[in-house]
Write a new protein. Structure first.
Length: 412
């Protein structure tokens, strides 16, 4: 279900399977989007041997044994093996390196699955030998189809039972699972166990049954839709307006509705630089510390670390001068292109570069009064451009005074 950007006719995976020429891939996507199922489908469609391992429970010894058997199958039966590694990001660098020669030589087709960004969790040599395919969270209508299929399937689903789920209750489950098919099916099954049975023996799944199944009261929230963006906007703008009470309220609304706390932490870190900036340099430290604290202790205690950061950001002095400064730098680059670095501040690691004038007349600022020389560091074409203009609020007032002092020292 879903992933039409990969499996639709003419798309990458469709072409790979139809052509019978599989390539080692990394499937990256949120939980419950079908990474393991998709790997099984690929193996069945291509008629390859399929060997699943989990990086949580398997070690390098298991991997080597599978690869040894895969080489034998290829030689004796001319049949290729797909080695599927779930949670591949859990393998350390040495374990991941063990795949390299076998992927390179085609001994195995490696399919890795991960919920973490492969750029940070998978070693670069392995990334260069695989294709990263991004899976997307399932949409509401796709989750609805999965639930309906589970309710009617008499072989693998609940079709032999008489179960009634009205549309509002169905939507309640859909909202809770937030694009995760596994959560949707587990919630449906647990809700069915909590359901009441009418006189005709039909199990009626109610809102109360779903709430009991998920052990928390549902709040109006659509992680992928308007309410998601409404709430994060309310939190952001409440902090910008220095309203600590409102900021805490919107934070709690998001957390209690099931929002990913690390998504909120990422937005707080962005806010610390965009809306506070150097008016209070500690804002960035506080938000990063809150993110690390949440990673360390998790839910529910980690909510307080985020709450501390939210209140700090709300009451901190505000300045968007840094945000505007970077935007101006981007604008200048777009207008002027890649201007050459002035010769006197270029690096000169070789004799040839020194002979060509690299680093010539460079002024080592520590040799000057107050470690400030009068040398020019911008390209000649834009030497008069002003990029950063600090505000008069918070620490930026001190930054402004220091910049004015430096300007006088440079004689500008």
């Amino acid at each position: 279900m879903g992933q039409n950007h990969l499996l639709g006719e003419g798309k990458l995976l469709y072409q790979m399977i139809q052509g019978g020429k599989l390539h080692s891939i990394i499937l990256w996507g949120p939980p419950g989007t079908g990474k393991t199922t998709l790997a099984c489908i690929i193996a069945n469609a291509a008629d390859y041997l399929f060997v699943p391992l989990s990086a949580v429970t398997s070690g390098i010894k298991d991997v080597r044994q599978v690869i040894k058997e895969a080489v034998q199958h290829k030689k004796q039966q001319n049949r290729q093996t797909i080695l599927f590694i779930d949670e591949i990001h859990r393998f350390n660098k040495a374990q991941q390196d063990a795949f390299l020669p076998h992927v390179e030589h085609g001994d195995i087709i490696l399919i890795g699955a991960t919920t973490e960004n492969p750029s940070f969790e998978v070693v670069a040599p392995l990334l260069s030998r695989t294709k990263v395919l991004v899976l997307k969270s399932l949409q509401d209508d796709q989750i609805r189809q999965i639930i309906q299929r589970a309710l009617t399937d008499t072989t693998r689903g609940l079709g032999l039972l008489q179960i009634h789920v009205d549309e509002n209750v169905m939507q309640q489950i859909i909202d809770y699972c937030q694009g995760d098919a596994r959560v949707a099916l587990n919630t449906l099954e647990m809700s069915m166990m909590m359901a009441t049975t009418d006189e005709e023996g039909v199990r009626i799944i109610t809102h109360d049954a779903v709430e009991q199944a998920i052990q928390k009261k549902m709040l109006l929230y659509d992680k992928a839709g308007e309410e998601h963006y409404n709430l994060i906007s309310a939190l952001h703008k409440s902090m910008r307006s220095s309203d600590a009470d409102a900021s805490l309220y919107w934070l709690a609304r998001m957390l209690e509705a099931g929002e990913d706390p690390l998504y909120i932490a990422r937005r707080l870190i962005r806010f610390a630089s965009e809306d506070v900036g150097l008016a209070d340099p500690r804002a960035l430290e506080i938000t990063l510390a809150a993110k690390d604290a949440f990673h360390f202790i998790g839910l529910p205690e980690g909510k307080l670390a985020l709450a501390q950061a939210v209140v700090y950001l709300a009451v901190a002095p505000k300045s968007n001068a840094l945000y505007e400064a970077y935007s101006r730098a981007e604008q200048i680059i777009n207008q002027t292109g890649s201007l050459p670095v002035p010769m006197h501040i270029r690096n000169a690691p070789t004799r040839l570069m020194k002979n060509l004038g690299y680093g010539k007349n460079y002024k080592y600022d520590h040799q000057y009064d107050d470690a400030v020389s009068d040398q020019q560091c911008l390209p000649e074409e834009i030497k008069t451009k002003k990029v950063y203009t600090p505000s008069s609020r918070g620490f930026e007032k001190t930054v402004h005074e220091r910049m004015e002092y430096i300007k006088r020292k440079k004689g500008a």
